[in-house]
Structures are given as structure tokens and as C-alpha cells.
Design a protein around this ligand. Structure first.
Ligand SMILES: [Zn+2]
Ligand SMILES: [Zn+2]
Length: 575
């Protein structure tokens, strides 16, 4: 699929035009087209050939011409022309968290700063802080952003890791003489970001398999190729990814899976337990003197160490070993427990398709309900709904519910929490909705006190049922707000408000440890995909894994409940 590359080109054109100070309307159009292309599940070439692209709302004639040009030639002339208008290093500045095109424009025009190194100097000398609209606080934030950027290089998101693992396992499966295949490491544990992708293969002839792997079409660069291990950078749609393939014998496959899955802290504890029992645990097996007493499966290793099997999602040394010994591990939530998605956008705001298509796609996944939660008026960039538009949407949803069978569509909103903690719609309109989520989309860099009070106050509203993406982080791109999560969780419990586990791999917000805190405080979790297209529904698994890493069971997550229970749950908070 060329969609990722093409979407990037549109985004970059919008960035450059913004740096150049061009027409806002055209900039927004390009951004929207970029997003639509990134979100459609179908290959852009297929979509173009079928004529469906021309019919897609948001794709105008001139955008369509650019897409056609890209499909034919691989480039867009307008993009190339724009690139000649700015120093190319300015685009690097855009990768700094907290620096947008407007900031780059000012920095470049006023200080002639073109590179990250020059920007660092301008921060040090104090000249950045003196720019209009900057100041000491903002300059310090940008310095932090640069630090974050320099630290975070090399780590990839879960979806990128899964994509790479799928490519490689798909290839390995077809080779002769292959037994079990298993991903390991932080990917198997569904950690929030991944360093490199580890894949284990049970087979006899390691050399042959490593040879085939390192010669595969997806290889960008081979880092090492031995008799049992191959290490390479592979190409994917979204990023180059470091993948290690290890070939191990069948009899020690479980031991290798356990060892390479980690985490390090979890494994240290397991080895200590083994030593105390006068045993030895390593990647080849569990040994009593020289005799292997377990190794083919992970289950038998945990059993011989005197504990229940520990799900990879829990292997972080956060109490799971103690619980496994006394048989009190939770029965973790599973994807099949999910009955619906309560965070869904449509083309009424910034999504790319309509309510009925989203509802039908959700029904095909086996869901019993979805809640349409388009943005509210303060999110102008996201084309938020006015009071009147939302009132109309509610009517539209009531009608659709009579037409579409097999799924219930809830009318909802993702309403902006304003700077003073008030919300975008009045209670009269909110009372007509089935489920209301509120979230912060601006002023994320404000003080801890400000962002915390703002969130607490929104929860006091009797119609707000859930706070979406409570920390506002974007992995690898934007730090979370400096929000007091302990206070947020406490207040959520007091006000009967749920907290979202946003399943988008950019967000995973709230994160695992906060999920655990929330569950312990008896706060309900809602796992939502924040889908802007039907393809977005496929992200649910990342949210489920994140909640499970926080020890969530089915009972801890609201959207595992049947419809009637959600209704009574919402009612319980209302006057
Ligand atoms: Zn949002
Ligand atoms: Zn949203």
C-alpha cells in the first residue's frame, strides 16, 4: 500500500505551506486529504481505479489530480515545487515535540534558525525566549522536546512492530522444516513502545532458515547472520524495523520463549526462585543438576517452579510472581469480551465515513453497540459539531436505529473540556445523549494544577460519563500533560466517571500502570478505538492488551457489559 507515503506527502505540503504563511483553507484541505488517505483500509490505487476516490467527501478535483499523478509517477510536482521554497532542514525542526509549522516559521524568519543544532544555540543564548509568542517557559519546553526526540530515536510503536512481525512470520511459515513460531520480547508483552522485534522459530536446520531470512525481499540491511540467529533491518510501510530471528530446538522452545520474552526484572525474580529450589533456569530449560526437567513449554517451567502460568502481558515484576504462587492471578480481559466501541468519529466531524457505514462495520465485528462521538464546536480544526448540528445528529441516529438491525447506535459526543473546566454543550442537550465523553485537545502544556483542575471539574458534570485520552500523550511525539493521575483517579471514583484506555497505538492512554491504579480505586475503564474510519476498529486489541497489562478483568471494563447495563450505568450519575 502506498497510502502511508502519499498521506505523508500531503501532510508535508501542508506543513511547508504553513511555514510559508499560505492560505489557511488550502492548508486544512491538504491535512484532511492526508488523514483520509492514511485511514482508508483500501489501497489507494484500487480506490482510484474503481472511481470511489473521486466520490469520497473531502477529496476535491485538485487533490484528486495530485493523487493520480502520484500513482502514475511516484511524485507530486506541487510537492517538489514547495520543497524548493524552504531550506530542507526546516522539516527536521518539525519533528521536535512542541514545535509546529507556525513556530518553525517564526524561528526561521526572526532568528534565521534552520537546524536543530542552531535551535539549541538559540535556546541557550536566550534569543528564542525573546521572540514574540515564545517566552522562557515555551523555550524550556522546546529544549525538553529536543531531548525527548534525541532519546526516543529507535523505539517504534506497537502497530509498527506488529506489522514487521507479521511480514517476517508470514515469510518464515512457508519455509520447509519449520515448527512453532513465536514473537517474544516487548512486542509479545505488548509494551507501549518496542525496541526491536524478536521472533523465535522451532526447527532443526538453523543455518538454512537464517540464510533464507537474511536474503528475503523485505531486508534493508543485514546486521548479523549466524548458525542460529539472524539480525536485520527490514522494510515496512511505516518504518524500518530491527528484527532478530532465533532458531531453537523443539525441546527448549518454551524455555527460549520464556527467556526472550522477559521482562528482565521478571526473569531475574524467576531465576532467584529457581536457585532457591536448587535448580537452574536459562534459555535452554530448567535443570536439576544436569538434567533438564522442563523446557519444551513455558507452562511446564512455571509449574515446576511452583506457580501458575503467567500471561506475558503481566511479566513486569509488578506482583504477578507472588500472585502466581498463591493462585490469585486475575483472569485477564480478552478481545472477545468486548461488546462495543464507545469512541467513534464520523465524517460529521473529522472522520472519513458516515454513521451507517461505521455501524455496519462494527456489527460485522460482532459488536452489539457503538457510540458516535464526534468532536464539539471548540475543536474547530477537527470540524467540531455545533449545538444545532449535534441535535440533528441525535435525530438522525434515532432514525438509523430503526433501519439498521443487529446493532444499537448510541448518540454521544467527544466534547472539549474548555480552559476553565466547563464543557462545550449545555446540560439540556447532553441529557438527550446516551453516552458523553469529554477530553482536552488544547492547552496541554499548561501547569499541573491547571490541567488537573480542568479535568476534575469536567468530571463534576453529571452528564460526563468518561474522560478520553486523559493524559493527551502521543508516543514518540508529544509528552503527556503534567496531570495528577492519582487525583484524577480518585475523583473519577467519587463522581462515577469512567476513564478511557484509548486503543490507538499512538496514545495507549491511560497507560497500563494507571489502569491498575484505576481498577484498584474501582474506577470503570472504557476501551475505545477513537476510530476515524472503519479500519480504526482493528486497533481495539492494543487497548485490550494495555488494560490487561494493568490487570484488568472483563468486569473492570464497561464496554464488556450488555447494552442494558451501560444504560443503567449512565443513568446512575444523572440527576
Ligand atoms: Zn480526542
Ligand atoms: Zn476522538
Amino acid at each position: 500500500m502506498k497510502n502511508a507515503v502519499l498521506s505523508e506527502l500531503f501532510d508535508q505540503m501542508a506543513d511547508i505551506m504553513e511555514i510559508l504563511g499560505e492560505d489557511r483553507f488550502r492548508i486544512n484541505t491538504y491535512r484532511r486529504v492526508g488523514r483520509i488517505i492514511a485511514d482508508v483500509p483500501t489501497d489507494i490505487e484500487t480506490l482510484l481505479a474503481s472511481g470511489d476516490l473521486a466520490k469520497t467527501p473531502g477529496i476535491g478535483k485538485s487533490s484528486l489530480a495530485k493523487i493520480e499523478e502520484f500513482v502514475k509517477t511516484g511524485t507530486i510536482t506541487a510537492h517538489k515545487q514547495l520543497l524548493t521554497k524552504i531550506p530542507p532542514t526546516l522539516l527536521e525542526l518539525l519533528t521536535i515535540p512542541g514545535v509546529g509549522p507556525k513556530g518553525v516559521k517564526t524561528i526561521y524568519e526572526k532568528l534565521d534558525v534552520k537546524t536543530i543544532a542552531e535551535l539549541k544555540k538559540a535556546i541557550k543564548s536566550g534569543s528564542l525566549a525573546q521572540l514574540p509568542g515564545f517566552g522562557d517557559k515555551k523555550a524550556a519546553g522546546i529544549a525538553k522536546g529536543i531531548e525527548f526526540l534525541e532519546k526516543s530515536t529507535g523505539r517504534i510503536r506497537l502497530d509498527q512492530a506488529v506489522e514487521a512481525a507479521d511480514i517476517v512470520t508470514g515469510f518464515l511459515k512457508k519455509l520447509p522444516g519449520i515448527g512453532k513460531i513465536q514473537t517474544a520480547g516487548s512486542l509479545r508483552r505488548r509494551a507501549e513502545t518496542i525496541g526491536d522485534v524478536d521472533i523465535l522459530v522451532a526447527a532443526k536446520n538453523g543455518k538454512k532458515i537464517i540464510d533464507a531470512f537474511t536474503k528475503a525481499a523485505f531486508i534493508q540491511e543485514v546486521l548479523a547472520a549466524g548458525a542460529t540467529k539472524g539480525s536485520a533491518i527490514i522494510r515496512t510501510e511505516s518504518a524500518p524495523v530491527h528484527v532478530d530471528v532465533r532458531v531453537v530446538p523443539k525441546k527448549s522452545f518454551g524455555a527460549a520463549a520464556q527467556y526472550f520474552t522477559g521482562s528482565k526484572q521478571h526473569n531475574v525474580r524467576l531465576r532467584e526462585i529457581a536457585v532457591k529450589a536448587k535448580l537452574k533456569l536459562n534459555e535452554y530449560g530448567l535443570f536439576k543438576a544436569d538434567k533438564r526437567i522442563a523446557g519444551a513449554t513455558e507452562e511446564e517451567i512455571y509449574k515446576k517452579l511452583g506457580m501458575d502460568f503467567i500471561d506475558p502481558l503481566l511479566r513486569e515484576d509488578r506482583g504477578e510472581i507472588e500472585a502466581a504462587k498463591i493462585h490469585t492471578l486475575p483472569k485477564l480481559i480478552d478481545f472477545k469480551d468486548i461488546k462495543g466501541d464507545l469512541h467513534v468519529h464520523t465524517n460529521a466531524s473529522d472522520g472519513n465515513t458516515d454513521i451507517s457505514e461505521m455501524a455496519r462495520a462494527a456489527r460485522d465485528m460482532g459488536y452489539k453497540y457503538i457510540c458516535i462521538t464526534d468532536h464539539s464546536k471548540s475543536s474547530a480544526i477537527a470540524n467540531g459539531l455545533s449545538t444545532k448540528q449535534l441535535a440533528n445528529q441525535i435525530k438522525q441516529i434515532r432514525k438509523l436505529n430503526e433501519k439498521i438491525k443487529g446493532i444499537t447506535i448510541f448518540a454521544g459526543t467527544e466534547m472539549d473540556i474548555l480552559a476553565d473546566g466547563s464543557v462545550d454543550f449545555d446540560n439540556k442537550l447532553l441529557a438527550d445523549l446516551d453516552f458523553v465523553i469529554a477530553s482536552i485537545h488544547s492547552g496541554l502544556a499548561s501547569s499541573r494544577e491547571k490541567v488537573t483542575t480542568r479535568t476534575l471539574k469536567a468530571m463534576d458534570n453529571p452528564y460526563v460519563n468518561c474522560i478520553a485520552h486523559p493524559t493527551g500523550r502521543l508516543l514518540g511525539q508529544r509528552e503527556p500533560m503534567d496531570i495528577d493521575m492519582a487525583a484524577v483517579i480518585e475523583h473519577a471514583a467519587q463522581t462515577h466517571t469512567a476513564l478511557e484506555v484509548n486503543a490507538n497505538p499512538w496514545r495507549l492512554d491511560i497507560k497500563d500502570v494507571h489502569c491498575k491504579m484505576a481498577i484498584e480505586a474501582k474506577v470503570a475503564l472504557v476501551i475505545g478505538t477513537d476510530s476515524h474510519s472503519t479500519a480504526g476498529f482493528s486497533l481495539m486489541g492494543f487497548g485490550v492488551a494495555t488494560a490487561a497489562r494493568g490487570w484488568a478483568t472483563k468486569a473492570d471494563v464497561l464496554n464488556t457489559s450488555p447494552l442494558a447495563k451501560i444504560k443503567s450505568w449512565v443513568k446512575a450519575k444523572r440527576p
